[in-house]
Design a protein around this ligand. Structure first.
Ligand SMILES: Cc1cc2nc3c(=O)[nH]c(=O)nc-3n(C[C@H](O)[C@H](O)[C@H](O)COP(=O)(O)OP(=O)(O)OC[C@H]3O[C@@H](n4cnc5c(N)ncnc54)[C@H](O)[C@@H]3O)c2cc1C
Length: 382
C-alpha cells in the first residue's frame, strides 16, 4: 500500500511544503509508492503579506488570493474540508462532518487565528489589516481621514509578521505627507514590551526612524481595553490614549483543532523541536509556519525556510531512513520604511539581524518578490 503523506493547511507553509515533498519524492509518487494529500478549509490560498499593500493601494485585493488547485502539482490531491481533530494515536484526521483522512506521515501548517474579541471594544473600535476584509475597510477609512490622531497598537504577542506594525507606521507617515495631512495629524505607536520591537538590533534603528518621522512611542503598553464611544485605548500599565483612528494588531492563537486534539499549549501553539521541526513526542508528525511554538518570527519566510527542512525529513521517513535535516532558525523579511523604501532583516538562531540603510532598491526587491511569489515560492519552482 502507498505511504500516505498528508499536509494540513493550504497557506504559505502548507502549499510550498506539499509541492517540495512531491518533487523530493517524484519517482515514489509517480510509481504509486507515495501518495500526497493536502487538506484545507476552503481551498483558497491567501497571500497575507499582500494585505498591507492593499491598504496603501499597492496591490488589488484579488491579487492576494488564488485557487489552491492552481498552485498544487497535479499529482497532489486537494481535500477541501475543515479539520476538527487529529487522532495521532490512530494516525487519522477527522474532518467536520465525520470524514476520516488517514496518514502515515503528517505535516501541520495550519497557521494562526486572529482573535479581536479577546480585547473588549476591539471589534467595534479598532481598524486592522490582518485579514482581507479589514484591510479593505482600513483603506476606505484612510481615504476618508482628514487629519487627527492615529494610534498604531499591538494588542498581544505573539503575532504574525512582527515587523508589520512598524511598516504600517512608516507607510502611514508617507501617506499622510502625500495627502498634505501630516501637519494636521499625530501618529502614536504602542508596543507591549519596553522597546518598539523584540530584537534589539532592529528596535534601535526603528525607534530612531520613528523619532525622525515624528512618531510618538508608548512602551510598554499592554492593551487592556478599547472604548469605541470615548475613542480611547487603555493599557494595563494605566495609560489611556485618545484616538481618531485606531489601527491595532489583534491577539493571535493557534487553530482550535490543535487544542481539541491535545496537541497544543495554552495558546494552541504546537510544541515543536526547533531543529527537526517534529511535533514533540510524535515520530511521524512535523509542524511548520505559524502553528509551531518555536520562539521565532511567525512569518511566511520562516515557513518557507522551514519547508526545506520538513521536506527532507518527510522524504527520509517515507523512504524508511532517519530524518536528519535541521532548521537553524533562518528568517528573511523586508521592512517597508515608507511607501517606496525598505530595509530587510536576515537572521537565524545564532546570528541577529542588522538591517541596512533603507533604500528604493530594497523596496523594489520586495515588489519583485510579491510578483513572483505564486510561481517561485508557492509552486516551489525555486
Ligand atoms: C498583514 C500581514 C502582512 C504580512 N507580511 C509578511 C511579510 O512581509 N513577510 C513574511 O514573511 N510574512 C508576512 N506575514 C505573515 C505570513 O503571512 C504568515 O506568517 C504565513 O502566512 C504563515 O504561513 P502558514 O502556512 O503557517 O499559515 P497560513 O498561511 O495562515 O495558512 C494556514 C492555512 O491553514 C488552513 N487551516 C487552518 N485551520 C484549518 C482547519 N481547521 N481545517 C482546514 N484548514 C485549516 C487555513 O485555511 C490556511 O489556508 C504577514 C501577515 C499579515 C497578516
Amino acid at each position: 500500500m502507498a505511504k500516505r503523506v498528508v499536509v494540513v493547511g493550504g497557506g504559505i507553509g502548507g502549499t510550498t511544503v506539499a509541492n517540495r515533498i512531491r518533487r523530493a519524492l517524484e519517482s515514489e509518487v509517480a510509481g504509486g509508492q507515495v501518495q500526497i494529500q493536502l487538506v484545507d478549509r476552503e481551498g483558497i490560498h491567501a497571500y497575507q503579506p499582500g494585505y498591507l499593500m492593499v491598504v496603501f493601494e499597492k496591490m488589488r485585493p484579488e491579487e492576494t488570493r488564488r485557487d489552491e488547485s492552481q498552485l498544487l502539482h497535479r499529482s497532489i490531491q486537494l481535500v477541501k474540508g475543515e479539520v476538527e481533530k487529529i487522532d495521532s494515536t490512530a494516525n487519522q484526521i477527522v474532518l467536520k462532518g465525520g470524514k476520516l483522512v488517514p496518514y502515515d506521515v503528517l505535516v501541520i501548517a495550519s497557521g494562526s487565528v486572529i482573535h479581536p474579541e479577546l480585547i473588549p471594544g476591539f471589534p467595534e473600535g479598532a481598524h486592522s489589516f490582518y485579514d482581507l476584509s479589514n484591510a479593505i475597510k482600513l483603506r476606505s477609512a484612510l481615504h476618508a481621514f482628514q487629519g487627527g490622531r492615529i494610534v498604531v497598537s499591538v494588542a498581544g504577542m505573539p503575532y504574525k509578521c512582527p515587523v508589520a506594525p512598524l511598516e504600517v507606521t512608516f507607510m502611514l507617515d508617507d501617506y499622510l505627507r502625500s495627502r498634505g495631512l501630516r501637519e494636521k495629524s499625530e501618529i502614536h505607536y504602542t508596543y507591549p514590551i519596553p522597546k518598539v520591537f523584540g530584537i534589539d538590533t532592529v528596535a534601535q534603528p526603528m525607534q530612531r526612524l520613528m523619532g525622525e518621522r515624528g512618531v510618538s512611542v508608548h512602551v510598554p503598553f499592554n492593551v487592556d481595553k478599547i472604548d469605541p464611544a470615548a475613542k480611547t485605548i487603555s493599557a494595563v500599565e494605566g495609560e489611556a490614549l485618545p484616538y481618531d483612528l485606531l489601527i491595532a494588531i489583534p491577539p493571535h492563537r493557534g487553530a482550535d483543532f490543535v487544542g481539541a486534539s491535545g496537541l497544543g499549549d495554552k495558546g494552541n501553539w504546537i510544541p515543536t523541536d526547533k531543529f527537526s521541526l517534529r511535533a514533540e513526542g510524535k515520530e511521524n508528525v512535523f509542524v511548520l509556519g505559524d502553528a509551531t511554538n518555536i520562539p521565532i518570527s511567525k512569518a511566511g519566510s520562516t515557513a518557507d525556510y522551514e519547508a526545506e527542512v520538513v521536506t527532507q525529513n518527510v522524504a527520509a521517513l517515507a523512504r524508511g531512513e532517519s530524518p536528519t535535516a535541521r532548521y537553524e532558525g533562518r528568517v528573511y523579511c523586508w521592512i517597508m520604511t515608507g511607501l517606496a523604501q525598505a530595509t530587510y532583516i536576515k537572521f537565524d538562531y545564532l546570528h541577529p539581524p542588522h538591517p541596512p540603510t533603507p533604500s528604493f532598491a530594497h523596496y523594489w526587491n520586495k515588489v519583485i518578490y510579491n510578483r513572483t511569489y505564486w510561481d517561485l515560492t508557492a509552486r516551489a519552482l525555486f
